[in-house]
Design a protein around this ligand. Sequence first.
Ligand code: 5AD
Length: 354
Amino acid sequence: METKELADILQRERKLSPDGYKRLVTARDAQLLDHINALARETAQANYGNAVFVRGLVEVSNYCRNNCYYCGIRRGNCNVERYRLSKEEILESCRLGDKLGFRTFVLQGGEDAAMNEDVVAGIVEAIRAEFPDSAITLSLGEYSRGAYQKFFDAGANRYLLRHETANREHYGKLHPASMSFDHRMESLRALKDIGYQTGTGIMVGSPRQTADNIVEDILFMEGFQPEMIGIGPYLPQHDTPFAGEQAGSLEDTLMLISIFRLMFPKALIPSTTSLATVAPEGRERGILAGANVVMPNLSPPENRAKYALYDNKKAFGAEAAEGLRGLEEQMERIGYRVSYSRGDFGNEKWKMEN
Ligand code: 5AD
């Protein structure tokens, strides 16, 4: 069977055999990529029209207790100037975002011991009180189930926690032994059980990743049924153990975005900052491969450079809240329109609002 046919089957049946997935991710064929991108666009449009949802991203702290080999804000990187936003600064960022029209705030940060569960719950509560109709998404790494429950009770709706890799051995090559594959997986389970719209995902082309690993990621996602899927190319950061490793490719990332769109027609899939960083027009290409979310940076501009997970990370222009008009134009040029509605998974309310 031709790989194009596999893509057609995936669109129809939302599922392939492991070997089918492997053929798609290893094909590296420009025509196949065009074809599957077009199918994924069609599927996204059938569910969301030409809406691209925006989320305001607030990078709350770059302190991190972990030492992931790929990440620029790892504990061991002493060249990072550390910062932590106060509750008031976070609220100010949300107020700015609210004025700009954002109805989802994403709080993202390293695993910062000072951001203990009561601090985070207090921040969520304050945002919830001031913005009762907005969605609150957290992306703060691993906490206990009890802590996740507390955040949820305080008003958080969504949680992003990429699994990074579904293969235990590969996990061990990306992270020091102090980090636990099992705990990450347990955390994801807990988030789903509690009732969060849960996002997971991987870096495409992360060091030592094999095609079989990617197939395992796909199969993991099939079982997990995430509401959101965050994927972007791995990009090296010069102060990490993986500084000399190759970046992930644009095309591999676009292929995976399309595969996930066809598997999960209603998922919220961002066209990520790393995709916008790896290639000119990366953000647009992501949307044209089936992504339907962008997350402009809403952090105080003076802190953005310090949140450098990888080199050359984009944080200004169309990648930033103050560049929203530029982003709108960029989306309009490719036939899409920025939607300011919450765009909850499985909630079709946006259709009436838009
Ligand atoms: N390149 C690309 N993505 C990265 N992340 C961390 N470091 C890098 C890097 N060097 C991703 C991880 C994490 C998310 C917040 O950012 O997948 O889950």
